[in-house]
Design a binder for this molecule. Structure first.
Ligand code: CP
Ligand code: NVA
Length: 304
């Protein structure tokens, strides 16, 4: 068992499977109103250097449901925003809280935080990865399909933090992942190389229809991520044709699932018709952030 949840590649398939098993148990207990205070008396410090709706709410509610407490810490209203060193923040917070969740820019920063922290650190999105989201996505596929390892996954759009984490997941779990990006917007080369060295089945194309053909799960994300707002206009031009629309759904398997981590820009990376359509499971996916993150927190924080 690892001390931190920073990147899916740090974890084995069996360790992540154990998190899914616990997720299902905790979700069932929550639905039945059975108390499950696995983190009674424990506290999670949540550092946000970027905006959030789902992540903030699901972690905060999740800690409450586990019998613990969560603190929302904006970088703008803490000394983090005034440049207090990460290694000092890590050591100070470790004296107060039992776990740290952070949404920030640099993966190196999160690694430094974890290095100096005495308590578990959870990555709630960096420029490089979004591992909690992929866990919720895979759990959603598991619920709808009965299994997630034998599905063919298709990513259309930006080679961003979500795409990088999908590549990591493909390496850990061994499923086929097809990625259609515009030229110049590929996922990080070293992350692709690391995954391929682990035997990941990755297929790259610039044609969304080719990537989606007979796929089981279709997935996309915004064209400009947080921190790239000034590139929005250029990206709107560069990503023409990389939309998850009904033409793409039509070539996928007839019982395919459509995922989107949300927030979505309807009319850009996905159409209103598809996100509201019969294949879309985006709100189950959003709900599952809560259940899967409770399992991640319980796995990391219940002991000690
Ligand atoms: N999907 C996701 O992480 O959403 P938020 O940015 O609202 O937290
Ligand atoms: N790629 C998006 C994901 C938001 C949940 C971003 O980083 O802004």
């Amino acid at each position: 068992m690892k001390n931190h949840f920073l990147c899916l590649s740090d974890w084995s398939a069996s360790e992540l499977d154990a998190i899914f098993t616990l997720t299902a148990e905790l979700k069932e207990k929550q639905k039945q109103g059975i108390a499950h205070p696995l983190l009674a008396g424990k506290t999670l410090g949540m550092i946000f250097e970027k905006s959030s709706t789902r992540t903030r709410i699901s972690f905060e509610v999740g800690m409450y449901q586990l019998g613990g407490h969560a603190l929302f810490l904006s970088s703008q209203t803490t000394q983090i925003g005034r440049g207090e060193p990460i290694k000092d923040t890590a050591r100070v917070m470790s004296r107060y809280v039992d776990g740290i969740m952070i949404r920030t820019y640099s993966q190196a920063g999160i690694s430094e935080l974890a290095e100096y922290s005495d308590v578990p650190v959870i990555n709630a999105l960096t420029d490089s990865y979004h591992p909690c989201q992929i866990m919720a996505d895979l759990f959603t596929v598991l619920e709808h399909k009965g299994s997630y390892k034998d599905q063919v996954y298709c990513w259309i759009g930006d080679g961003n933090n979500m795409a990088n984490s999908w590549i990591n997941a493909a390496a850990v779990f061994g499923f086929e992942l097809r990625i259609a990006t515009p030229r110049g917007y590929e996922a990080d080369a070293w992350i692709i190389e690391r995954a391929q060295q682990r035997g990941a089945k990755l297929i790259f194309t610039n044609d969304p229809l080719e990537a989606a053909a007979n796929a089981d799960v279709l997935n996309t994300d915004v064209w400009a991520s947080m921190g790239q707002e000034e590139e929005q206009a250029k990206r709107e031009k560069d990503f023409v044709g990389f939309q998850l629309n009904s033409d793409v759904v039509a070539v996928a398997n007839k019982d395919c699932l459509v995922l989107h981590c949300l927030p979505a820009h309807r009319g850009e990376e996905i159409t209103d018709e598809v996100i509201e359509g019969e294949h879309s499971v985006v709100f189950d996916e959003a709900e599952n952030r809560l259940h899967v993150q409770k399992a991640i927190m319980a796995t990391l924080m219940a002991k000690g």
